[in-house]
Ligand binder design. Structure first.
Ligand code: SF4
Ligand code: SF4
Length: 99
């Protein structure tokens, strides 16, 4: 499990991270963005550009944000691994814990 977006992205969603991702694996829900864990190549380019400090490697998640590893992963239960966020567009729904 690679990089994870946490709760401080909620209702911010400025998409700075999306511009940096070389594999386009950051998908847009309704209130926050989510990283597809099977598509992330752990390049770390998204982490420093986030103005909210929302993005962590899963090994470095603060205790209060550890649930977001599960939340990012479960967001893709139905969506699967589409192979690129741009072709999917805005998903427009959230994980139930975020909605
Ligand atoms: S670590 Fe790299 S591949 Fe993974 S979400 Fe961030 S920019 Fe994309
Ligand atoms: S850069 Fe940070 S706050 Fe902005 S959309 Fe990405 S994760 Fe959310």
């Amino acid at each position: 499990m690679p990089y994870v977006i946490t709760g401080s992205c909620i209702d911010v969603m400025d998409r700075s991270c999306v511009e940096e991702c070389p594999v386009d694996c950051i998908y847009e829900g309704d209130r926050m963005l989510y990283i597809q864990p099977d598509e992330c190549v752990e390049c770390a380019r998204c982490e420093p550009v986030c103005p909210q400090i929302s993005i962590y490697h899963h090994d470095d998640l603060p205790d209060e944000s550890k649930d977001y590893e599960r939340i990012n992963s479960e967001f893709f239960t139905d969506l699967g691994s589409p192979g690129g966020a741009r072709k999917v567009g805005r998903v427009g729904t959230d994980h139930p814990d975020v909605a």
